[in-house]
Design a protein around this ligand. Sequence first.
Ligand code: ZN
Ligand code: ZN
Length: 268
Amino acid sequence: MDPSIVSEEYIHLQEEIIREQTVLKEKISMQWSATIEREGIDPEFPIVPQLPSTPISVSLYRDALVTILSSLSTYTEELQNDVDRCKNVFDNEGHVVSWIKESLRYNTGYFQSFADDHEISAWLPHFVAEQAIRPFLHVISKRCESFIEEMNVGGGCPCCAEPVRLKVETGNEESQFICPRCETSWSQKRKSCVHCGEEKEGYVLTLSIEEDDTSQLEVCESCKNYVKVIMKSSNDSKSTAALLDLLTLHLDYIAQEEGYGEAYPKGE
Ligand SMILES: [Zn+2]
Ligand SMILES: [Zn+2]
C-alpha cells in the first residue's frame, strides 16, 4: 500500500478519530438495548433506513460531535475558530436533529450550505457530522451481524447503503467486502460486478498496480465502476475498513485516471 499521498498527520488524525469512535461505540452500545430482528427487514434494501428505531439520540450525537471536534482542534490550531463556531451551533437542538437526518442521507449539499451560512470552512461540517454518525452505524452493524449474509443489496453496503468500494482477498478464494462507513463485512457471493451485476466473461477485469503487490483494482467495462481490492494475509486483520480506505486512496486516483468511477459517464 502507498499511503504517501496522504500526509502522516492526517493518518494520525484518522487513527485518533477511530480510537474516539471505538469509545463512543461502547457507550452507545451500553445505552441502546434493542435487538434487530431479521423478520421485518427486507433483504433487498439496506438495513439502517428500515429500522423502526435507532440508537441515535440528540444528546449522544451531540457528545459524538463534540468529541470529533476536539480531535480536530488538537490536529491543528488553524482550525480553532471553525471548531468554536461549530460548537456554538450544537447548542441549538434543531441543528443537531437536522445534522442527524442529513448525515444519514449523506447529504453533502446540506452541509455545504450550512458551512456557508455559518462561515465555517466548507469541508468541516460534513466531515464532523459523518465521523460522528459512524459509531452509531458501527453499533447497528454489530447488531445485525447474525443475518448480514442473508442480505442481498446490489452495489451498496447491506447495512448503511454506502456504495461498495473495498474488498479484501484472503487468498483462500474468499472475498469479503468491507464498509469504511459502518465497518460491516460480508462475503462476495457471485463472481460478478458488485455494482451492476455484470457477469459476462471479459467484462470484469482485474488491474494490477505498478510497484504494489498488496492491492489491485477490479473494474467493470459494463458500468465503468470499480472496487479497490486489498490482498490481505490472514494475520493482518487489525486495520479498520475506514483506515484501509484512507491508505488506499491512491487506488481511487488510479481508477479515475483510467476512466472508472462515478465521475465518468456509464458505458453503453
Ligand atoms: Zn456500511
Ligand atoms: Zn458493473
